[in-house]
Design a binder for this molecule. Structure first.
Ligand SMILES: C[S@@+](CC[C@H](N)C(=O)[O-])C[C@H]1O[C@@H](n2cnc3c(N)ncnc32)[C@H](O)[C@@H]1O
Length: 337
């Protein structure tokens, strides 16, 4: 049975998030004899044990703290990192776009700090299986520790395999038995052949990549194999909003870029989908079609006739003439501003 998130009153061993004076946050693991020392005073862990989630407690100087068990998204943003993590906004999209379902057999590489592993473990449920490959032993250790901290145990649905995916995947799974593969690494194209072998027909491969050049390279590699549906690419931007009284507006700052997602589905052996048959040979340069995409008509601007344009020029000149007269009037002696 996969570890469930703790509920009910705070217990020893729970990880909790404290929001203190001026919004400063601390994450601590409750110990009977533990104490949080800050320059605002001392907070004894034992004063929290037994309280319900979402309580407010005061420290030795009367400073108050809001205490909550962190959500998965809070935890991944504050957990120790060996490598860059998949942000929560992308993890949510990955689960949906890769269609990770309860009971699925999922392969993930690399495991990095284990942020995405946590979302994938949730999505596969108690009957699924997640095999996470990582070529760096030290990163795998960080990921194991993070998952154990959040779930309270290493779930029986999870295997971490230290090694390069290309070499280790064929040893770990039989061909055509994996439902979903998620790749988060610098060079996912190096792994596509091994992934094609492991995926069941209809299975999904999803790559999370940081740059447009990587996106292009992996898309062309996937197409070139002829073993997948045409890949689909996207990015996700999440803009927070400040909503307070009449001050309702987008936040001034946001995380604008994290990565792109690209997905494709494994075809049945020998299958050639109709749209691939129609597709012309791979484009080496920009064609008329690409240029046409940026014409005013294609981007939604209305075409303007010569007559209309002449009219607008006259309007603009009239406005400029008016502005000139007004400026001359202002500069005449005795003219009011
Ligand atoms: C950006 S990190 C992954 C972060 C992870 N998804 C998370 O959310 O915490 C990329 C990881 O892929 C690993 N890696 C790169 N190529 C690999 C390969 N061929 N096989 C296994 N691991 C690989 C790297 O060592 C690195 O730890």
């Amino acid at each position: 049975m996969t570890a469930t998130r703790p509920r009910g009153p705070f217990r020893e061993g729970d990880r909790v998030q404290l929001t203190g004076p001026k919004g400063r946050m601390h994450t601590i693991t409750l110990r009977a004899e533990g104490e949080l020392h800050t320059h605002h005073g001392v907070l004894r862990h034992r004063d929290l044990i037994g309280l319900p989630d979402g309580s407010v407690v005061a420290n030795s100087s009367g400073h108050e703290y809001l205490v909550l068990r962190p959500l998965l998204r809070d935890f991944v943003m504050s957990m120790p990192r060996g490598a860059a993590i998949v942000y929560p906004k992308d993890a949510g999209q990955i689960v949906v776009q890769a269609d990770v379902f309860p009971g699925a057999t999922v392969v993930e590489a690399g495991v990095g700090s284990g942020a995405l592993s946590l979302s994938l473990l949730r999505a596969i449920g108690d009957e699924g299986r997640l095999l996470s490959f990582e070529r760096r032993e030290d990163f795998a250790e960080v990921a194991r520790a993070n998952v154990e901290t959040f779930l309270g145990e290493l779930p029986p649905t999870w295997d971490v395999i230290v090694g390069d995916l290309v070499e280790s995947l064929p040893e770990a799974v039989a061909p055509g038995t994996v439902d979903r593969v998620v790749l988060d690494m610098l060079a996912p194209w190096e792994c596509i052949d091994a992934v094609a072998e492991a995926l069941a027909p209809g299975g999904v491969v999803l790559c999370y990549i940081a740059t447009a050049t990587q996106l292009s390279r992996v898309a062309e590699y996937i197409r070139g194999t002829g073993l997948f549906t045409d890949p689909e690419s996207s990015e996700t931007m999440v803009r927070g909003w400040h909503v307070e009284g009449l001050a309702v507006r987008p936040d001034h700052r946001m995380v604008a870029h994290t990565g792109f997602l690209i997905t494709a589905r494994r075809l049945a052996p020998g299958a050639v989908p109709p749209d691939v048959k129609r597709r012309a040979a791979k484009k080496a340069s920009y064609g008329d079609e690409d240029v046409e995409l940026w014409t005013p008509g294609a981007v939604g601007d209305r075409e303007i006739t010569d007559k209309n344009l002449r009219k607008r020029v006259r309007e603009a000149q009239r406005a400029a003439g008016g502005a000139r007269l007004a400026a001359e009037g202002r500069s005449e002696p005795g003219a009011s501003a």
